[in-house]
Ligand binder design. Structure first.
Ligand code: ASP
Length: 354
């Protein structure tokens, strides 16, 4: 078997130059493919078996749209290794932060559609069209979906010395101190931003939001007491909760989370409308050949069935999606549904990134 590895690209500057470089190099290849298609040779977005022949023959870059050390980064690195092994190639994880994940998504939409640039994104892919009036891409038209990856609960957490001890007390505290409390998030359109919107809606107050470029730096500031409250995925908050570095109030899922059994659900705490789960999925540029998308999707399924991945996700309060959801079809369906689900909620909240 060929060597496989997951490279730690987070150590490098968050630049898209590397895979954009591949895009530029790929122009000649794309032109040649088009010429072949015109002669009945196949290729292009529809794909053909020859499109995947020899794939992968070089590093595959999986772009994470938030900082290193956050939930999306954690999920990506967990699945990247078994995917690389299954594909018989190398996967490089690259963090491209900014604007709630839209910078990375825009760059991947414009990358060479050769299967070497892949995006890992979450629920934010479905909310961006409602939040960003000038979005540079269309989530449905400018990408092919590869498959859903995981579902991750969120937790309401605070700096460890915040007074309230329960979710009920927190609600009262936030209502009484709305003018001074700070609410961290990972940028407009991040899952933490959405959860924060629902929290503010639930308590009937507007709080001062503090945006970061990912949960990594936001959580660091929460632990240091620089910000007061946050809602974020169990993938990152579990360790901090178990270690007593943050105070936890509730999980945002209908059921309690096995790895954090003492935490009530928001519904148990009297806020049934405050529910949000974070789904992740893999995307490639729209013209990527179907055969390559299928290779990636098959590798994703294998990765999600890997017992080590299942166990590590369980420790972090999460789980892989069912096998039939790790498919382009199920993923497109989820994305379409969620775009429609979030549009009225965001419109009603009157939030816009411009
Ligand atoms: N958890 C973040 C969010 O709120 C993103 C991240 O850093 O993975 O969307």
């Amino acid at each position: 078997m060929r060597q496989h590895q997951v490279d730690d690209a987070s150590a490098r500057p968050p630049s898209a130059a590397r895979y954009l470089g591949r895009s530029r190099l790929g122009i000649g290849v794309a032109a040649a493919t088009l010429a072949l298609a015109a002669c009945g040779g196949g290729g292009g977005g529809g794909g053909g078996e020859e499109a995947a022949e020899g794939y992968p023959d070089g590093d595959i870059t999986v772009v994470v749209p938030f900082s290193a050390g956050g939930p999306t980064d954690t999920v990506t690195r967990l699945v990247a290794e078994p995917m690389a092994e299954e594909l018989g190639g190398n996967i490089v994880v690259q963090n491209v932060e900014g604007a709630g994940g839209t910078v990375a998504a825009g760059e991947v939409a414009a990358a060479n559609p050769d299967g070497y640039t892949v995006l890992m994104h979450h629920i934010g892919m479905s909310t961006a069209p409602s939040l960003y009036p000038d979005l540079a891409y269309d989530p449905l038209a400018d990408f092919k979906t590869v498959g859903l990856v995981t579902e991750v609960p969120m937790t309401i957490v605070a700096r460890k010395d915040l007074e309230p001890q329960t979710m009920e007390e927190l609600v009262v505290y936030l209502q009484q101190n709305a003018d001074t409390v700070t609410l961290a998030n990972a940028g407009i359109g991040a899952a933490s931003h959405l959860c924060g919107l629902l929290l503010q809606e639930a308590i009937g107050q507007t709080l001062t939001e503090v945006p970061y470029e990912g949960t990594g730096p936001a959580l660091t500031d929460l632990v240091a007491g620089q910000v007061d409250v946050m809602c974020d995925q169990t993938t990152n908050t579990t360790g901090q909760i178990q270690g007593g570095e943050v105070k936890a109030y509730a999980v945002t899922t209908p059921e309690r989370v096995a790895s954090l059994p003492d935490l009530p659900t928001t519904a148990e705490a009297g806020l049934p409308e405050l529910q949000v789960g974070v789904w992740h999925g893999l995307y490639v540029p729209a013209e990527t050949p179907d055969e390559i998308v299928q290779r990636l999707s098959d590798a994703l399924k294998v990765a999600l069935a890997d017992q080590a991945v299942i166990d590590q996700l369980a420790d972090l309060g999460s789980a892989p999606v069912a096998e039939e959801e790790a498919t382009p079809e199920a993923h497109t369906e989820r994305l379409s549904e969620q775009i429609e689900l979030w549009r009225p909620i965001i419109e009603q909240a009157g939030v816009s990134a411009d």
